[in-house]
Ligand binder design. Sequence first.
Ligand SMILES: Nc1ncnc2c1ncn2[C@@H]1O[C@H](COP(=O)(O)OP(=O)(O)O)[C@@H](O)[C@H]1O
Ligand SMILES: Cc1ncc(COP(=O)(O)OP(=O)(O)O)c(N)n1
Length: 275
Amino acid sequence: MEEQINSFPQVLTLAGTDSGGGAGIMADLKTMQSRRVFGTAVVVAVTAQNTIGVQRSMMMPTEMIDEQCASLAADFEIKACKTGMLGDAVRVHCVAENLRKYDFGPLIVDPVMIAKGGAQLLADDAIQTVKDELLPLATLVTPNLVEAERFVGRKLQTKAEVQAAAHELQQLGVQNVMIKGGHLDLATNEAADYVLFADHTDLWLSSPRIKTKRTHGTGDTLSSCMAAELAKGATLKEAVYTAKAYIQAAIANTIQVGHGHGPLNHWAYADQQAD
Ligand SMILES: Nc1ncnc2c1ncn2[C@@H]1O[C@H](COP(=O)(O)OP(=O)(O)O)[C@@H](O)[C@H]1O
Ligand SMILES: Cc1ncc(COP(=O)(O)OP(=O)(O)O)c(N)n1
């Protein structure tokens, strides 16, 4: 019988590492594993990090980013990919070049700028490069509230303002936009994310806001879950719903790890499904 090479869904994250295991590439791979896709990774930056904060970060040489992408393209059939921490304008440009060169499937851009502990993970002058080079390649961009504010250059305090910002981002050439509401203080008990689709339909995804400081890696987990679902053939809308349910379970079922912003429970969603 003929062997079916590359029949198992493969997904790629191009991002930074987190030595603490809660965010970045580590969170991405844990999410992908638990969603039953094969996770691959291009390391763009390395951080010395724990749940308390980022102690140091270091950028990969661009030649090494190129080599990693070439290695994957030569062997794997990547069906979807995501970007996370890219560090600076040079790395953003390098990653965009590789994404133009190779077909790694639909791209989710998580425009990671600042970690929960306050560390800057993207240089200020790289935001324009993300807008110019990465957003036009993206199937979906997933800024949190602060990142969306940096993109549009104004405060976003109401749902109407969030919706207007998403429409503005779409005009930059990105097909679909999700503005995450983990940081949106609506004086309600909801965690509400706004999604604007390419066909101009939209929705608010709302879930009960969980009172916890153990939310390290929420953005990475959400975006890598969506990439995993896309790689398995889900529509973007299906992927968005699955990822929201996945993140809710991962935050709600706390695991006690570390002294600061603790990591998520990447087993919780599968455990829930098995019950
Ligand atoms: N305390 C919370 N309770 C429930 N959902 C949350 C909570 N914090 C964040 N989320 C959800 O986690 C996802 C990531 O959101 P957010 O924290 O805004 O992104 P980031 O990690 O990039 O800052 C979103 O779906 C958001 O609604
Ligand atoms: C290496 C690395 N990448 C991304 C982040 C930020 O991840 P995020 O999901 O936004 O989680 P928080 O930092 O907000 O907890 C990171 N910290 N490190």
